[in-house]
Design a protein. Structure first.
Lengths: 616, 251
């Protein structure tokens, strides 16, 4: 691989790559994101490779393993270019039929198309599927198109042209452009990136660093992971542009050890970029030098907090410190350091390439551009979605997410990860942007979105998240360490039937102190799940403490299983399956549950075909 | 560089980079704290030295120990919010360290006479409030024997690999800075017992009082290049010997 010496050579190289891979060329893109990989997409990819060779179609069809396409619920996904047809839940055993029918005869295999479970409509093209139709995929756009291990694929689609443009613009114009775009940090706090960059650049120093925060730790969140796995060069290009604008010569990616695929692809990307002269000394002949190292984090949630991340990177305990001074003034090894998260960096090439005006045209007044969410929980279409800022929550849950499975009722959606708030049905019309979510007692966070249905107990949910956060607190502050542990005890008391009105009052009082007096954002936001559920679902708390009843029938101490004698046919299935031998009765006669033996596992209810098991 | 600002409406001056708690105490303002020592870097652990600070249109409830002073700010040391949250944090700490007289007394000043919380689930060192003063003192002395282990509700003070430390000199600085006096240290004829080890003591050649541990002496001698007999006497005997020598020269 030859080095690319300047912007002109980059354009020529792009022409060459494009000539060898014309866009009109037929291609099969097998999703090789973590979700699809778990469903067997690597085996599927091998099956395609073998079949294409066997049928001598490998010259006509370009086969690619790509990053996450987002529609994880329906994996493994296979996308066909240039027409954009999508097959879902494809198995290796389907490959022969696909080759015979689709590749050879140009016909569709109907059973592999996505069919809307509600309307029964089948969709051929990816872009027509409701899950994709309402999205605006900018950062994720190339995820389904390129092989993340190939720098040529990225360059063919215009990759690194923004870097060439930035080098021509000079650092100050790049800073102005990013500031004017009003790009806000996607990691949680939403701080304007341009202002942070300027502060870092403006701090007198012989050395500056930039850091990419890829310590994505929210349960159920996989936005940053998918961007790193699917399009590592977009993050890298953003970092190189940022380093040039800020005047940094060294960068770090702090990525979780639990993301081996992301690390592997990032390493490949770094090597390829170095070989091409896009990273290292004299980038694109500009004289600008910059290189990136990877640091594998040990998986502490608190290391996503920037000052804790820096401490960890310096080899110390991952404990936050008081800011100011902010890292942009005194960060890694005391030098000015600019930290942004993966998604923020990935937005940078788009802004520089297409201009701040274009970027500003998307989103709301205070929040520009798009935001990626991992949509999970009780929703039909779980997956990775990217929407313009300001889209109502309802549209994400109902149109993109396809509503709640099993005809259940929507109850709440938690935005912003474990320390986000839970918003009820009457807040579904709130616009998803930094300021609106905060105003309603939740937050944007880094983009976790968990949908809950009527079978979810909100007290139990609050207890779960506080339990996660008390474990992940660094333990420095009394309020966060002990406060969260005590809140967890109080919530456990409520879910186990020991709570009173005073328990709720103490919980509220304690939450206020944790929020007001903790040092970092982990502590100050950790109470959001409790405060928001107390605000919007107080009746559930009161039912637990006053009536000793769990309305969602989740809290085991407050429910009991009984068998309805009229409905029971005496089929004995429940008695056979009960792990505690708590169910007795004659064959073809009514059965009963021994409450002393019952552990409330719910198996009897799940197996009963006559709906005879009652929970109260 | 000088910083001028107000504490409870009184004009004060400080050096740039100074922490608010140190300045306030210099001026005689009373702000309670448990995890602060003027010789050690602040970490803001106990959350008791809370104050309200207003500057540039912002108003913040923050700990004063690790708050760098800002020109023109207005500090209030005892607002209702400060009192309320101090009391709650004291109540949380009281559950950890019910045996600490100092903590009980401080809590009582804020109306907290009993705690509504039970003992914490894990606390291998009774009455420890995890303020890290011991760890910071040990670090500052260059010994690095003590460390924090675990995080969140599992956090505790400990020794590396949970075994007696070669780094520990038995100086007992950890015990002397501990606000709840929870680190057991015992001097006997056999030596000083602390953190699972018994350190032989250097005894004063005149009066027989303990001077320091042998490990402390070895470390100090190696570090400073002092003669072996430098630590033969305790501080008071060293003084009286010196005075006698001085007297014999003069008279």
């Amino acid at each position: 691989m030859a080095r690319i010496g300047n912007a002109k050579q980059l354009a020529e190289y792009r022409k060459q790559v494009k000539a060898s891979k014309p866009e009109s060329r037929k291609a099969i893109a097998v999703c090789a994101g973590t979700g699809c990989k778990a469903f067997g997409s690597f085996e599927l990819f091998e099956a395609f490779r073998e079949a294409l060779a066997r049928h001598e179609l490998d010259r006509q069809w370009d086969l690619r393993a790509t990053g996450c396409h987002g529609f994880c619920e329906r994996g493994p996904l296979v996308l066909f270019f240039p027409d954009g047809m999508l097959y879902q839940r494809v198995k290796s055993s389907d490959v022969d039929e696909i080759v015979q029918t689709t590749l050879k005869q140009g016909k569709v295999v109907d059973r592999l198309l996505y069919t809307d479970p509600q309307s029964g409509d089948a969709y051929i093209k990816e872009r027509d599927i409701p899950f994709y139709k309402h999205q605006r995929r900018l950062v994720l756009e190339q995820n389904g198109q390129i092989d993340p291990c190939s720098i040529d694929d990225y360059i063919a689609l215009g990759g690194y042209s923004a870097l060439a443009k930035a080098l021509a613009m000079g650092p100050h114009r790049v800073l102005d452009e990013v500031e004017r775009a009003h790009l806000r940090g996607r990691g949680g706090a939403g701080f304007p990136a341009g202002r942070k960059w300027k502060t870092c650049r403006g701090t007198e120093s012989d050395k500056r660093y930039i850091i990419c925060n890829a310590d994505e730790g929210d349960p159920g969140a996989f936005m940053d992971r998918s961007v790193l796995e699917g399009n590592p060069h977009s993050v890298l290009e953003g970092m190189i542009i940022g380093a040039f604008a800020i005047g940094a010569d060294e960068g770090w990616v702090y990525v979780r050890q639990e993301y081996p695929l992301a690390i592997e692809r990032l390493e490949l990307a770094l090597e390829a970029a170095r070989a091409k002269g896009l990273l290292g000394e004299d980038i694109l002949g500009s004289g600008f030098a910059f290189d990136v190292h990877i640091n594998r984090g040990g998986g502490a949630f608190v290391c996503g907090e920037e000052s804790a991340l820096i401490a960890s990177l310096e080899g110390r305990r991952g404990v936050p410190r008081r800011r100011p001074p902010y890292p942009a003034v005194a960060g890694l090894h005391g030098k000015p350091t600019n930290i942004n998260n993966v998604e923020t960096w990935a937005n940078v090439p788009l802004i520089v390439g297409k201009g701040a005006d274009w970027f500003r045209s998307i989103g709301t007044e205070g929040s520009k551009g798009t935001k990626i969410f991992s949509l999970v929980g009780k929703v039909n279409n779980t997956g990775l979605v990217e929407v313009p800022m300001g889209m109502p929550l309802r549209q994400i849950v109902e149109d993109i997410g396809g509503g709640i499975p099993g005809g259940k009722r929507f109850k709440a959606v938690q935005t912003g990860g474990p320390s986000g708030g839970c918003l009820p049905a009457d807040k579904l019309d709130v616009a998803v942007d930094f300021d609106s979510l905060t105003a309603e007692g939740s937050m944007m966070g880094s983009g976790g979105m968990i949908v809950m249905d009527e079978d979810t107990c909100m007290v139990d949910v609050a207890r779960y998240f506080v339990g996660f956060l008390k474990f992940e607190s660094c333990g420095n502050c009394t309020s966060c360490r002990d406060g969260l542990e005590r809140m967890h005890e109080l919530l456990t008391d409520i879910t186990e039937g020991r709570g009173t009105d005073e328990t709720i009052a103490l919980l509220e009082d304690l939450a206020a102190t944790v929020k007001a007096t903790s040092l970092c954002a982990l502590g100050t936001t950790a109470v959001n799940p409790v405060q928001s559920t107390l605000k919007y679902f107080r009746d559930e708390y009161e039912a637990h403490v006053r009536d000793k009843r769990c309305p969602a029938r989740v809290c085991k101490a407050l429910i009991s299983y009984t068998i309805d004698n009229d409905a029971c046919t005496g089929c004995t299935l429940c008695a056979k399956r009960c792990p505690q031998d708590a169910i007795s009765g004659q064959k073809k006669g009514p059965h009963t549950i021994d409450q002393d033996k019952c552990i409330k596992c719910g198996i009897c209810r799940d197996v009963c075909t006559y709906d005879a098991v009652r929970v109260e | 560089m000088e910083r001028r600002f107000k504490i409870n409406d009184i004009d004060v001056k400080a050096r740039a980079g100074e922490h608010l708690l140190d300045v306030a105490r210099r001026y005689g303002f009373e702000i309670p704290s448990l995890c602060h020592h003027e010789a050690l870097p602040p970490i803001g652990a106990c959350r008791i030295c809370l104050v309200e600070v207003a500057w540039g249109g912002r108003r913040e409830l923050c700990t004063s120990c690790n708050f760098e002073v800002i020109e023109g700010m207005q500090v209030t040391t005892d607002t209702p919010a400060v009192q309320h949250h101090r009391a709650m944090n004291l109540e949380l700490l009281l559950a950890r360290a019910p045996g600490s007289a100092r903590l009980r007394e401080l809590a009582a000043q804020y109306g907290v006479r009993r705690t509504r919380f039970g003992p914490p689930a894990t606390s291998p060192l009774p009455n420890c409030i995890l303020c890290e003063l011991c760890v910071r003192a040990c670090e500052q002395l260059g010994n690095h024997a003590l460390t924090m282990v675990g995080r969140g509700d599992k956090k505790r003070i400990g020794l590396a690999f949970n075994s007696p430390s070669e780094q520990c000199t038995g100086c007992a600085s950890c015990a002397s800075v501990c606000p709840t006096e929870c680190i057991p240290v015992k001097d006997t004829a056999a030596g000083r017992t602390i953190w699972g080890q018994t350190h032989p003591l250097v005894l004063c050649k005149v009066c027989g009082a303990p001077v320091m541990t042998e490990r402390q002496r070895a470390k100090a001698i190696a570090k400073k290049g002092l003669p072996e007999e430098y630590y033969d006497f305790c501080e008071s005997c060293k003084q009286s010997t010196a005075s006698k020598r001085f007297a014999s020269i003069v008279w």
